[in-house]
Design a protein around this ligand. Structure first.
Ligand code: FPP
Ligand code: MG
Length: 298
């Protein structure tokens, strides 16, 4: 079924009748198509579900194209990003094309679904803005972090589950909660991976997020545990290139207070709640997607 989604995206792009767009689209690495899988699992294999999956994946691709420009990121899925290969202008314009074509096609599916998805894209954009603004100074507020990751990441995943249920005439509420929970869990794990995955060149964590100013959940929990002097020290390390000693000092703090385990547990709890909702719905096929959220490489 995912092949049908790939074909639908290709069809939408060919309809634009623009060689440069086709050329650039082919340079994009194919991702996990998580959002499409979710919609198809909930809504079944109808034409509407395939169209919606294609639209959401195009919107998601557009958001990543823009995000890589905003984050000055030159690698995406282990390959050079479009901004690295062709510059920021090309990345932004390709994002605009995918995004606007996606929106045009969204209007041909279902009016309720189009409201849900377009609202999620507003949330996505507000979330990206909040991510950038929160990175200006050390953010110690878990509430602000949770709201931001809900908007930036979970809102679109929630909208996929919710709209999939609407297309299949199912009660959408448990699916909405399922989507929200796995979306938040996904971002918490993503933020943990920035700390626990070793960078190829350094052979130890790059902790790129903190260097960029992003105070993700582990840093918020570490801050809560530290005494006043160490709180000041942690803030002084925010948004700067870290020496080996500074990096190890932060890692030692994570270890001393079991911070990474605490964050993983929090993501697991969200996923378990999502799983139990789907058990009640009798939809166990959604279990694998939920488990894949947390069983990623630490
Ligand atoms: C990745 O976050 C970014 C997002 C999930 C959302 C980005 C949203 C926008 C740029 C606004 C919407 C724009 C359009 C065109 C729809 P990250 O930087 O934490 O993750 P990463 O490690 O994958 O880059
Ligand atoms: Mg990014």
């Amino acid at each position: 079924m995912l092949r049908a989604v790939e074909r639908k995206i290709e069809q939408f792009i060919l309809e634009l009748d623009d060689d440069n767009t086709v050329m650039l689209y082919k340079k994009l690495p194919v991702g996990k198509r998580l959002r499409a899988k979710l919609i198809l699992k909930i809504a079944g294999e109808s034409l509407s579900a395939i169209k919606l999956s294609a639209v959401v994946e195009m919107i998601h691709l557009a958001s990543l194209l823009h995000d890589d420009v905003i984050d000055d990121a030159y690698v995406r899925r282990n390959r050079p990003s479009i901004n690295a290969l062709y510059g920021n202008k090309s990345a932004i314009m390709l994002g605009d094309i995918l995004y606007s074509k996606g929106f045009y096609e969204l209007n041909n599916i279902d009016s309720k679904v189009s409201k849900i998805v377009s609202n999620a894209v507003t949330q996505l954009s507000l979330g990206e803005q909040a991510d950038v603004l929160l990175a200006n100074r050390f953010n110690s507020s878990k509430e602000h972090y949770m709201k931001m990751i809900y908007q930036k990441t979970a809102s679109l995943i929630e909208a996929c589950a919710y709209s999939g249920a609407i297309l299949a005439n199912k009660n959408p509420i448990p699916y909405q909660t399922y989507g929200r929970n796995i979306g938040i869990a996904f971002q918490i794990i993503d933020d943990i991976l920035d700390i626990t995955s070793s960078s190829d060149t350094l052979g130890k964590p790059s902790m790129h997020d903190f260097v960029e100013g992003k105070t993700t959940l582990p840093y918020i929990y570490l801050y809560e545990k530290l005494n006043n002097d160490d709180k000041t020290k942690l803030i002084s390390l925010h948004k700067k290139e870290l020496s080996s000693d500074e990096l190890n000092w932060i890692l030692a703090g994570f270890k001393e207070y079991n911070i990474i385990e605490k964050c993983i547990k929090e993501a697991q709890t969200l996923v378990e709640e999502a799983l139990s909702l789907m058990n009640k719905e009798g939809n166990i096929s959604l279990q694998k997607i939920a488990k894949d959220m947390i069983d990623r490489e630490f």
